[in-house]
Design a protein around this ligand. Sequence first.
Ligand code: PEP
Ligand code: MG
Length: 591
Amino acid sequence: MPSRLVRPRVELKGIPVSPGIVIGRAYLVDRRKVKPPEQIIEPEQVEGEISRFHAAIEESRDQLLAVKKHYEANNVGDYGYLVDVNLLMLKDNMLVKETERIIKDELHSADWALWQVIGKIKELFGGIDDEYFSDRQNDIDHLGERILRNLVGLRVKMIKDISEDVIVVAHDLSPMDTAQMDVKMVKGFVTDLGGRTSHTAILARALGIPATVGLEHVTDVVTGGDQMILDGISGTIIINPTGEEVTLYRERDKQYKEFLKELDSYSGLPARTLDGVNIKVCANVELIEEIKTIKRYGAEGIGLYRTEFLYLNRDELPTEEEHYETYLKFAEAVAPERLTIRTLDLGGDKVAHSVPLEEEANPALGLRSIRLCLKEPEIFKTQLRGILRAGVKKNIRVMFPMVSGVWELNQALALLEEAKAELRERGDIFNDDMDVGVMIEVPSAALMADKICEKVDFLSIGTNDLIQYALAIDRVNEHVAYLYEPLHPAVLRLIKISADAARSAGIPIAVCGEMAGDELYTLILLGLGIEELSMHSVSIPKIKRVLSLASMEEAREISAEVLKMATATEVHDFVEDHLKQKFPGLLDPLQ
Ligand code: PEP
Ligand code: MG
C-alpha cells in the first residue's frame, strides 16, 4: 500500500541543534542509497514530476560527458566506452517511456517510478545467461543511482518553489544542501544522521532554521505532506500530532519568541564582567547574507569567517579577485572592528566539487583542511593572495585551521611568504604585516601551543574539532553523540594548556567553536584564561548577559574547581547548579 494512506501519530526524540518551534508539512528528501519510499502524487503534480525526471536525465548526461572528457584528457585506459554504454542507456526507450507511464498512469513520484523501471530492466538482463548482460545489470544499477541522486538533488533545489511552510525531512543533509535552503520556505529540518557540531547543524543555527538531527529513522516514518511539529529546543518531533498538541506547541512557540525578544535587549550591553573585565565578543560567519545580522546583535567584529563556503555549490574554484572582493566586503562591514579570515577548511563533512578530494575511509582523519591546502598549493595561494590584497584595509587577520604542529605551520607560513612574493612581483599592493594565527583544534597543537606561539600573533581554539579529536568521536555521527562532551576534563585541560601558553607568550587567545556561544560554558572558559569568544551572532546577547551578571573572580573559582574533577558529568552538574542557583532563569526557561 502506498505510505500516504497510513498516517499514524509518531513522536521521536533527536539531537536538538537549532532552537525554535515549527508546525508545518513534511517535505521528504531521501538521500540514501536504498529504494525510494513509495509516494503517491496528485494528478496536478504529474507534469512537474515528469519534467523533474527529464531534468535529472539531462543532469546525468552532463555528468557522464564530463567523466568521459576527464578520462580522455587524462588517458585513463579505455574506459570511455563504459561511459558510452551509460549514455546509451539514458536514451533507452523503456527507461524513459516506462518511467513516464508509471508517473502518469499510476500517479507515483518520479523517484519511485524510476526505481520500479530500473528493477524491471535488471530483471530482463538477469534472465539472459551471458556475462556481457550480467555486467549490464551493474551498469543499470549505477546509472539508476546516478539519476536518483540527481532527482533528489533537484528536489532540494526545488524547495524554493514550494509556497507553504515546509519542514525538510532527510536521511542526511550536506552543508551545501543547507546553504541552498531558502529560509522563507524551509521552516525547519530534521535528519536521520548528524551531530550537534556538524556543519549542517552550525549552518542551521547561522540561518536561524530550527533543526533536530540524529533521529535515526525519521525518513522511515514520515510521508511527504504529513503534518509535523518540530521542537528544535528539546529535540522532539511529533508526526501527525493531535489538535491539542498543535495548540500546546503554538503556545510554546509564542513563549520562545518572547524569550528571544527579551534576549535581544542585551545586544547593546558592553561585553564586560561585573568586576569590569572586558571580553571581546565576536561573530562567526559563513555566508555573505550574514553581513546584515553581525552588527544587529552587537558583535565586536568577526572572529571566524569559514571561507570554505565560498567554494561550495559550484563547479569552478573562486578566483583571486572573488576572494579579494568578498573579504573586502566583510572587512568594510565590520570596520573598525576586525575580520578574522580562516583559510580553506574543506574535507570531513564539507566537500566542494571544484577541489579534488578522494573518498576516504576516515575523512575526519584524512586529507582535509590545511593538509589539503599544503597538497594543493596553487589553490591555497590564490586564496592567500586575495586575503593579503584585501588586507590593505588593515582590519583583516588570517588564521590556519587544523594545524597539528610546528612543521605544518612552517609549511603554511612558507606558502604565505610565496604568495607575498608573487604579489610583489606583480606590483600589487597588499598588507605585508598581517597578523597570522593558528586554530587549536588538534590535541597535538594544544600540547605544542608554547612552540606555536613563538611563530604567530594569536590563537583561536576550535573546540568542535578539538573535542572530536581529543575524545576520538566523529562529530557528525549520531551513534557516538552521547560521548561528545565539551566539559570533559581532558578538553578543559587542553584549553588551559593553550591559554597558559598564549598568556606566557603575550598573545591573545580566543574560542571560536560552538562552546563559545553556550552560556553554560562561558565562566569556565573565562576562568581558564580565554579573552575572546566568537559565536553565531544570535548567541551574542545571551553571552553578554551572563558576562554582565558574573565576575572574573567567580569565573576563576569555578574553573579552578572543575579542573579537579574527573568526569564531564561532575563538571556539568557543578556548573549547571551554580548558574541555576545564582542566576535563576538564565538558562533557557523553556528547557
Ligand atoms: C571548530 O572546529 O571548532 C571550528 C570552529 O571550526 P569548524 O567547526 O568549521 O570545524
Ligand atoms: Mg574545525
